[in-house]
Design a protein around this ligand. Sequence first.
Ligand code: OGA
Ligand code: MN
Length: 230
Amino acid sequence: REYGKGGKPKSKYDFMTIDEKQVEVDKIRTGIKQRCLFNDSACKEIEAKIEEVVRKAANGEYKKNTVDTAPLRNKYFFGEGYTYGSHMEARGPGMERLYPKEGEESVDPIPEWIHEMVVQPLLRAQLIPPDFINSAVINDYQPGGCIVSHIDPYHIFDRPIVTVSFFSSSALSFGCKFEFRPIRVSNPVLSVKLPRGGVTLISGFAADEITHCIRPQDTPHRRAVVILRR
Ligand code: OGA
Ligand code: MN
């Protein structure tokens, strides 16, 4: 293995020339759209609703598969739930599957407040077509929480993938290589800021051809994201 400054792992991008890397960065950028749609008061209202979800989950008011808790990151699935391996014998890319829409394994429907307070502003801004969104996931990260490099499975999710950030700002990094125990992350090819109240849409090359992640150092404070997909 090769390591760079500060013991960071090296990724294939560390072996590219500046020009080769720039070509990659340009391709990623074509697939990213960002808008600031939610002001401080809108954020505060939505953040209060996220707190309510957290409380309901802690009270056992949701179906089993709606809630997925982990030490530094809890997830809440609405509309459509999916499993990506941790509860299955088979895990890894391509093995993710949707839960059935009815019965034991199904998740709770998308809460009305998500439609009204988060999806409606996106529709008004013409960022997504009407009735496109049928899945809403809330990731709630504690300080130092992260999500390792991945591609949102194409056999499950259409593009674009829409995210809206709350509580604090973070950054979305592309093309990072992760190593574990101790956790170490290579330099990203590109890192884009995710401001509180900011909407980020990813599609094309940015969604399909390169991995994205949230590095632990980019979540210094609690942050939640509402991920809206079809
Ligand atoms: C995801 C993801 C990014 C974020 O959950 O698939 O990429 O902004 N989340 O937290
Ligand atoms: Mn993702």
